[in-house]
Design a protein around this ligand. Structure first.
Ligand code: SAH
Length: 352
């Protein structure tokens, strides 16, 4: 998920290595292609031009810098999970209650999002059937990674583009005594440093929206899944096109373009596009559900925290990129209200 509360001076500055990473660091490590076409799809207008002008390496560096800068203040205000909460009236179940003892509502909603996703995909809890190996694709500072490791006693490999996130994730994980189970590294989701068939559970919580090539992204999720393994993808999409429609309306596209620009996102796709990709890959038990109504309170809550003294101080000390990110929160709210943005849960299984 891309949000910005403000990258304050209190946010981590990262290591010297991070500061010197430069724009070609990931390329040097061979983790991203040196050149690549950014699949901008149906972007139009001035903002679309700017989005389109980002090459794939520029996009990746933009994402890395964005999270390098903003993850610290996000953690201060919101904690270790960098994703939407799932808000409904259901009485909090045992797993959520146990993991969030005394925590504020929003944190409970974020844990609920994880539990709802696992339940939707039918991930088994029993000792013999539960996942033993997990990959967290686009892991942030490892909130889900640690939750899943703890819940299933599983080995978790986690990747992000942000070196600052890796450093912080490693620190927290060590302090929580989970270093034996959870491992973090800077790596590209479109070129994952894992063997085929490695993981019983492939987890991507709000990272898919950053991926410039959804086909390659889905291909990688499927490739690293073990035979019979489950894939869970929770991500921002645009609405499905109506019968006869060839594209979104120009004003809808314009709104998405502004969000792309602020949050380092490439072109969006619809939930149906993901389902088609999953089918083309020969995946089974493919399901998707629109959870937009369950995340409605989230962005207003983030805006409220950005407008708090703590959030405003962060914004005041930060640069234009971060302020732009904060302003784009209203665009996200508009997108949901117009039924343009969909919060999609998509799951599938790799055949045995
Ligand atoms: N899943 C986490 C973080 C979501 S924020 C959570 O729920 O807390 C989005 C994350 O996706 C960031 O960590 C960002 O670095 C990562 N990301 C975006 N594009 C990526 C890519 N191409 N490869 C790996 N990680 C990526």
């Amino acid at each position: 998920m891309a949000t910005a509360l403000g990258a304050s001076a209190r946010a981590w500055t990262g290591s010297a290595e991070v500061a010197q990473r430069g724009t070609t660091g990931l390329q040097r490590q061979g983790r991203i292609p040196a050149h690549g076409s950014l699949r901008t799809g149906r972007c139009r207008g001035v903002v679309a031009m700017r989005v389109a002008q980002r090459t794939e390496p520029e996009l990746y560096d933009g994402i890395a810098n964005f999270y390098d800068e903003s993850s610290g203040v996000w953690e201060e205000v919101w904690g270790e999970h960098m994703h939407h909460g799932y808000y409904d009236d259901e009485v909090v179940d045992d797993a959520v209650a146990a993991a969030t003892n005394g925590a504020p509502d929003h944190r409970r909603a974020q844990i609920k999002m994880i539990e709802k996703s696992l339940a939707y995909a039918g991930v088994p809890d029993s000792i013999d059937a539960r996942p033993k190996t997990i990959v967290d694709v686009g892991c942030g500072i490892g909130g889900s990674s640690r939750y899943l490791a703890r819940k299933y006693k599983a080995k978790v490999n986690s990747i992000t583009l942000s070196p600052v996130q890796v450093k912080r994730a490693v620190d927290i994980t060590y302090k929580q005594g989970l270093a034996e189970l959870v491992n973090f590294q800077v790596a590209n989701a479109l070129k994952q440093p894992f063997q085929d068939g490695s993981f019983d559970l492939v987890w991507s919580m709000e990272s898919g929206e950053h991926m410039p090539d959804k086909k390659q992204f889905m291909g990688e999720l499927a490739r690293v899944a073990a035979p019979g393994g489950r894939i869970i993808l929770v991500t921002w999409c645009h609405r499905d096109l109506l019968p006869g429609e060839k594209s979104l309306k120009p004003d809808e596209q314009e709104l998405l373009n502004k969000i792309c620009d602020a949050y380092y996102l490439p072109a969006w796709c619809s939930p149906s596009d993901y389902v088609t990709l999953a089918k083309d890959l020969g995946l089974q038990d493919i399901k998707n559900e629109d959870w937009s109504e369950y995340v409605t309170p989230f962005w207003p809550a983030v805006m409220k925290s950005a407008l708090s003294v703590q959030g405003l101080m962060g914004l005041a000390k930060s640069g234009w990129t971060t302020v732009k990110g904060a302003l784009a929160m209203t665009l996200m709210i508009q997108g949901y209200q117009r039924g343009l943005i969909k919060f999609a849960a998509i799951t599938a299984r790799k055949p045995e």
